[in-house]
Design a protein around this ligand. Structure first.
Ligand SMILES: Cc1cc2nc3c(=O)[nH]c(=O)nc-3n(C[C@H](O)[C@H](O)[C@H](O)COP(=O)(O)OP(=O)(O)OC[C@H]3O[C@@H](n4cnc5c(N)ncnc54)[C@H](O)[C@@H]3O)c2cc1C
Length: 441
């Protein structure tokens, strides 16, 4: 056999899809009952719940290209125009998040001095030193301290991370390139026409899992779900994989082994055959996240929900990281008389929240939402999904960690790693990494 791939998340499925196109013989092994990993859509009583990713952008080229190839263009749905409105929760109030230069000038989220400092960005000299900076250091240096209050909620919301610890070079290499190339972020935005082009937000009619289901369809014959106690052994040439399936012990050998697993899980499997590599993989930290879905009688919400949702403001003592107004973003997410809210708690700054009981977490979320949406706010249904190790954190030193991991891989012919800890955590970036890995084989 040419290859064995472990993990049927978007990374493992994408790599498998490309190996099939290249005509390789391969086997994809997944430990759970389902494929898709983080992409997990559940439909109950006419309500569509996303336990993982909710959407992707029109600029997500790899995802868009695969959707087209898989015949999913007709399944794609565009977010409603109103979802361009975004809010920040500050002192119990929702404040519009500025998205255009004019809105930045008007926003109460910055003082006049903060706005002036922001406008002066093109005059700030580009950094001459090499080396890493945290997101907080970078934003403060280029845009001023107050601008950090705008960036922090986004970083909490997207990466479940902490601006003080995440590396700007690892999280947003493009932005540091812009500084080097154009000397200013504003000049770069103008030159690259990013602001004027705008971005469209998409999902699929049947939810994000439509994508992984379609990939799975193409390689189903090569995939085995519910594989337990997977163990790997390095052979003189190639790899041996052993696992249990439906009570029986299975074994296969292949020239190539691709691990489409979270870094800590790849580390666990490689502990015996490649302890040095396992050690490096284990240094990638992960942040926990709980996703709480609330189905609410629409008339009980004292707000038009005319937007994407809100992120919790910097410095606040909010329990929630953010809340997506899922039924406002995409149509047909729940019956018209109801609203579907998707709330997030936890993250790198509040990891212990996930240790609390389900009722306790949901009741804290409701208390916070009542302060925003009024005391009549009552729920029809609530459900909680825990991701104990949800997202890899690209902390300071991440690029060096990846260099060391690459160096180990060079000494391990036939071993390849793919997943969301390499080149970006989005579905698109994870797919891009998997396409690249498949191209190396
Ligand atoms: C709550 C949440 C919301 C998100 N929202 C968005 C969003 O809106 N947009 C966006 O672009 N991205 C979003 N992301 C990020 C994105 O979904 C993930 O980064 C990406 O899907 C990760 O894919 P992966 O294949 O690397 O890992 P995973 O999806 O974790 O897949 C790994 C697979 O390996 C399996 N596995 C684990 N151990 C073993 C083993 N020993 N043997 C075999 N199989 C094993 C797992 O069961 C799983 O199926 C979100 C992530 C989360 C958690």
């Amino acid at each position: 056999m040419d290859a064995i791939i472990l993990g049927a998340g978007i990374a493992g499925l994408t790599a498998s899809y490309h190996l099939k196109r290249k005509g390789f013989s391969f086997l994809l092994l997944e430990k759970t009952l389902r494929c898709g990993g983080c992409l997990h859509t559940v439909t109950t009583n006419g309500t569509l719940l996303e336990k993982g990713p909710n959407s992707f952008l029109s600029s997500h080229d790899t995802l868009m290209a695969h959707a087209k190839e898989l015949g999913l263009t007709g399944e794609m749905i565009q977010a409603r125009e109103s979802s361009k409105n975004r809010f920040v929760l500050r002192r119990g109030k929702l404040i519009s998040f500025p998205t255009s230069p004019a809105q930045f000038l008007k926003t109460p989220l910055l003082t006049p001095l903060g706005k002036l400092r922001l406008i002066l960005e093109p005059l700030i000299a580009a950094r001459s030193l090499n080396g890493e900076e945290s997101i907080a250091q970078f934003v403060t240096r280029r845009l001023g301290k107050q601008a950090l209050n705008l960036v922090k909620p986004m970083i909490h919301g997207i990466y479940a991370g902490d601006c003080e610890h995440l590396s700007i070079q690892a999280v947003a290499p493009k932005i540091t390139e812009w500084e080097r190339e154009y000397g200013s972020l504003f000049k770069a935005l103008k030159k690259t026409r990013l602001l004027s082009q705008g971005q469209t937000l998409y999902s699929f009619k049947g939810g994000m899992q439509t994508l992984t289901d379609a990939l799975y369809q193409t390689i189903q014959k090569h995939c085995q779900l519910e594989c337990q106690d997977i163990a790997i052994t390095k052979l003189k040439e190639g790899w041996k994989v052993q696992w249990k399936h439906q009570g029986g012990l299975r074994e296969e050998e292949a020239r190539v082994l691709i691990l489409g697993l979270p870094a800590f899980e790849a580390a666990r499997l490689l502990e015996d055959s490649n302890p040095g590599l396992a050690l490096q993989l284990n240094t990638v930290p992960y942040a926990p996240l709980a996703v709480i879905h609330l189905v609410v009688e629409r008339s009980f919400i004292n707000h038009p929900l005319n937007g994407f949702g809100f992120l919790s403001g910097a410095g606040g003592k909010n329990f929630l990281l953010g809340c997506l107004w899922s039924s406002s973003i995409f149509e047909n997410r729940c019956p018209d008389s109801l609203a579907l809210l998707t709330c997030f708690v936890g993250g790198a700054k509040n990891p212990t929240i996930l240790q609390e009981g389900e009722d306790q977490i949901i009741s804290k979320v409701l208390n916070e939402l009542r302060q925003i949406f009024g005391s009549s706010f009552r729920i029809e249904e609530a459900s909680l999904t825990r991701h104990t190790k949800a997202l890899p954190q690209y902390t300071l030193g991440h690029p060096k960690k990846l260099e060391k991991i690459r160096a180990h891989l060079q000494k391990s012919p036939g071993l390849y790693l793919t997943g969301n800890y390499w080149e970006g955590i989005s579905v698109n970036d994870t797919m891009k990494n998997a396409v690249h890995v498949a191209s190396l084989i």
